[in-house]
Design a protein around this ligand. Structure first.
Ligand code: CO
Length: 215
């Protein structure tokens, strides 16, 4: 059996299993999706959004890229956030990084991996700006893990600085942005407790509406 063929076999078994638990599951879901969460995570195969939080199809809207970055000129990521906030009206945006992230590790090192170096440059900037905070790290692994956390905090800020999130807050929409980190060693999520749900929480220069933008 080819390795691709087995995916179809597994799919049939999976669909059967879901239907046996709830015969109407796919029929109901086909009518509409109304997820409460947008997940922005790393493409790493060990960090699958639905599985980690044990949610079924329909419960979570997902965007993943290498090292869970939110770049202001990335039309793909911005379109996902826009659709999630303005159409699906998600109530939570979760930026979820993970310890031992290969993208973050590559950004700390001086090796070249080709095109992706330009993407990972965004993480180098975070490392360079916060260099002194890494002086107490005992080894490279600890430096990488600390940078994984700094990266999540930075991407949470980037989400908040988009026009999309600020427009939602201006409309009075209930929307909170969270920063989490996942450990591939034990499968456990940790809340970095960087939660934003109002324009007053972001630095003034990033606000698009005077006085914080509340209605
Ligand atoms: Co990663």
């Amino acid at each position: 059996m080819s390795s691709v063929k087995q995916l179809f076999d597994r799919n049939i078994e999976w669909a059967k299993r879901i239907k046996s638990e709830d015969p109407q599951f796919f029929k109901k879901l086909a009518k509409q999706q109304s997820p409460e969460y947008l997940w922005i995570g790393c493409s790493d195969s060990r960090v699958p959004a639905n599985e980690i939080v044990d949610l079924l199809p329909g419960d979570i809207f997902v965007h993943r890229n290498v090292a869970n970055l939110v770049i202001h000129t990335d039309l793909n990521c911005l379109s996902v956030i826009h659709y999630a906030v303005e159409v699906l009206k998600v109530r939570h945006i979760i930026v979820c990084g993970h310890y031992g992230c290969g993208g973050v590790a590559a950004a700390i090192q001086n090796s070249s991996y080709g095109l992706i170096d330009n993407w990972l440059r965004n993480i180098k900037n975070i490392y360079y700006r916060n260099q002194e905070q890494f002086s107490s790290c005992v080894d490279e692994e600890e430096r990488i893990d600390l940078l994984c956390e700094f990266n999540v905090v930075e991407q949470v800020a980037n989400v908040c600085h988009t026009t999309i999130v600020q427009d939602a807050w201006k409309r009075g929409q209930d929307l909170t942005v969270h920063g989490w980190i996942y450990s591939i060693l034990d499968g456990v999520l940790r809340d970095l407790e960087v939660n934003f749900n109002a324009p007053e929480q972001i630095p003034e220069v990033y606000r698009f509406y005077p006085g914080g933008g509340r209605r």
